[in-house]
Design a protein around this ligand. Sequence first.
Ligand code: GRF
Length: 223
Amino acid sequence: MPGTNSCRCRFVVLVSGRGSNMRAIVQTLRERELPAEVCAVVSSSPRAAALGWAREQGIATEVLPHQDYASRELFDAALAQAIEAYRPDYVLLAGFMRVLTTGFVERFNGRLVNIHPSLLPSFPGLHTHQQALAMGVQWHGCTVHFVTPVLDHGPIIAQGVVPVLAGDTPADLADRLLQVEHRVYGEVVGWLARGQVTLDAMQRVQVRGVANRSFILPSDGGY
Ligand code: GRF
């Protein structure tokens, strides 16, 4: 069990682009001196800005350009092999823009975690901020969840919310939400690192010692 005794919990983070959630994860682990480390950052794109930052931090990086593979299955097989070389306890999706095959998801069952920029089960898929504005919701948010073969689905570990304000554009909403994404993913990796997260018989998440898994920013008001 990760996070017990002197074990260090090992994370591999999958990215495709900017990597701000990946940075938040690495920084949270370091600042809180958690018993955990990001062993590798794996990108589906050689152009991902995330890679440069990870290398500067001395974190191993791997690049698997998805277009180099003839099928989703071949890409996922290579991806799984690259990940397993680092023997992770958990694989964290942080802006990884590839849909994973059922075989891949099942291989990492219970160890594969994603952040999605909506309050699931609302607004799965892409363009979540546009979807939220089009529906006129007054609260938007993000969800950190275990990954199942159904896209943007799976047991919810934590959620964060932000208000939708008059005149918001999708970009405004995305920027506001990103702050809470970093907070929520940071908290979740802390729980994972300490071995606090389990699934009950109903496939619902339990986090030992944590009563509140909802976040709102800024916590001091100000909207
Ligand atoms: C985030 O909004 C995340 O929720 C979504 O993709 C975006 C990635 O941003 N899955 P970043 O690469 O972490 O900055």
